[in-house]
Unconditional design. Structure first.
Length: 294
């Protein structure tokens, strides 16, 4: 059904033929097709599921409980002398890293997962990973609302600077995840080892971002240059930005962040755009063989 609707939509829009596509620059011309792909992915993902979209809440809440017990109670990070309002601090980090991991893994699998459509019709292949990225955002939104409610209940006071920092860091993280997905997704068509590598990257992303601990603890164990490399990670920057936007306002304000936000956000965008360029270059180089290989 979706293949037929996509075919009709393809004929009704101005479509670039293979060989003259401008890649991600063409995406804005295919908004209707993109919406169809997002609808398809959401329906396929929850087909036969009793809980459906409720799984969007189950996973992060389960992670929160496990990590809060392990880190907050057993290791004492949530008690006196630990991290103030630790539940909000922890949950903010969890939803950011979960967004990256889902976006990265789903965009990586998007080409192989849509092999049937890719063989039947032509449309910019970047639409598939972009649709997966949008679905990841759909899943992120209710988790963010839970974070907002929790922050407000614990005395959070919003400030414009913190919200702007969090928004910009999230945009940068989305670009970074999309670039990573383009790179690994195109390679995954030819070498399925790439999808196994995504699991390792996701595990590293979860533990190397300051979601459960603070950057001060990292600084005490690393030389200065090591800390600079650690904090140049767009995932770590996004986690800290969400701490600034949705946690710091619920504390006494004594917590200090690693560096100025102007520098951190700028660095995050530079790295994310570089990753997007690398991912798109690799994708464009390999996409000619997608249909034949699958």
């Amino acid at each position: 059904m979706y293949a037929e609707r996509l075919y009709v939509a393809e004929k009704s829009e101005t479509v670039s033929r293979p060989g003259i596509s401008r890649g991600i620059l063409d995406i804005s011309r295919y908004k209707y097709l993109l919406d169809l792909l997002v609808q398809k992915e959401v329906r396929v993902r929850y087909r036969g599921s009793w809980l459906g979209m409720a799984w969007t809440y189950v996973k992060p809440l389960t992670q929160f409980i496990v990590f809060y017990v392990a880190m907050g109670i057993f290791l004492g990070l949530g008690r006196g002398g630990g991290i103030e309002n630790y539940p909000v601090y922890l949950f903010a980090g969890i939803i950011v890293t979960n967004f990256f991991n889902e976006a990265f893994m789903s965009t990586t699998m998007s080409i192989v997962g849509n092999a049937g459509l890719i063989k039947k019709i032509y449309l910019p292949r970047e639409l598939f990973p972009l649709a997966s990225l949008r679905v990841s955002f759909v899943h992120f939104l209710p988790q963010w609302l839970v974070l907002m409610v929790g922050s407000i209940l614990l005395g959070w006071k919003a400030d414009l600077a913190g919200l702007v920092v969090a928004f910009l860091a999230f945009v940068s993280l989305s670009i970074f995840a999309f670039g990573m997905g383009l790179f690994f997704g195109s390679i995954n068509v030819f070498y399925r080892d790439a999808q196994n590598a995504t699991e390792l990257v996701s595990m590293i992303a979860m533990w190397l971002a300051p979601s459960f601990y603070t950057w001060h603890q990292v600084a005490s164990q690393l030389p200065h240059w090591g800390l600079q490399i650690y904090m140049a990670n767009p995932i770590a920057i996004a986690v800290e930005a969400f701490h600034r936007g949705f946690w710091w306002g619920s504390t006494d304000g004594s917590f200090t962040f690693a560096s100025g936000w102007g520098l951190s956000i700028s660095l995050s965008f530079v790295i994310s755009l570089l990753m997007l360029a690398i991912g798109e270059f690799t994708f464009r180089k390999l996409e000619g063989g997608f249909a034949q290989e699958m």
